[in-house]
Ligand binder design. Structure first.
Ligand code: FMN
Length: 203
């Protein structure tokens, strides 16, 4: 079983990192092959819509994302987390998702027909986490829904999509027992789903 964890905040000891690593824990304990990518380490360039990837499924931008494409192609499980920035995912997470455009292929005559390369092998699953400072879910805005739509379209079945509210200071979320209990339930569900997926994919 291969797992890819994506951290969409530049605060390496922040809330996103704490929660993504928490969801990763049962996979590490079970001996799964796990890679963690801090998007702030990649010096990501934005997708410019050049369409050079249209025939090749390869992005021409030479930055840290080139090391992540093989991990994406190999992982059965994606764990992705983003802080809320102005009612949506962080710029880092959006840039990462946009750079996954090269994984998609469109019919030449009818662009309403398209697939993601990640749909064309064994099934894949994802657990998503959104974090915001305010207490009200309205202040998380579109973060959770936008990530679910994007990763869903890239070929992941979204097993959980947790909204974590009221965490501001780096790592503050680790003081919130109820949040952590809920997240642990999500992590266990994701791990068990991944185990089933592996069993069925190899049968
Ligand atoms: C640029 C920026 C925009 C933010 N926008 C929102 C927002 O719209 N709603 C909210 O509740 N919190 C907002 N926050 C607070 C962060 O979502 C919150 O502090 C979160 O815990 C940060 O996660 P991290 O520790 O993983 O970086 C914003 C923070 C920054 C830096």
């Amino acid at each position: 079983m291969k797992v890819l964890a994506i951290i969409g905040s530049a605060r390496k000891k922040g809330n996103t990192s704490a929660l993504v690593n928490r969801v990763l824990a049962p996979f590490l304990e079970a001996g799964a092959i796990c890679d963690t990518v801090y998007l702030s380490d990649l010096n990501l360039m934005p997708c410019t819509g050049c369409e050079a990837c249209a025939d090749t499924n390869k992005c021409v931008k030479k930055d840290g994302m080139q090391d992540v494409y093989p991990l994406l192609r190999e992982a059965d499980v994606l764990i992705a987390g983003s802080p809320t920035y102005f009612y949506n995912m962080s710029g880092l997470m959006k840039m990462f998702i946009d750079r996954c455009y090269c994984l998609t292929s469109y019919d030449r005559e009818d662009r309403s027909a398209w697939i993601s390369e990640l749909e064309s092998g064994p099934s894949r699953i994802a657990g998503l986490i959104s974090i915001c400072e305010q207490e009200s879910e309205a202040d998380l805005g579109f973060t959770a829904d936008a990530m679910a739509a994007a990763f869903g379209s890239l070929g992941y079945r979204i097993v959980f999509n947790r909204k974590v509210l009221h965490a501001f200071k780096p790592g503050e979320v680790l003081e919130k027992d109820t949040t952590l209990e809920d997240l642990d339930r999500g992590a266990a569900q994701l791990y068990r789903t991944a185990r089933l997926l592996k069993e069925k994919n190899t049968n």
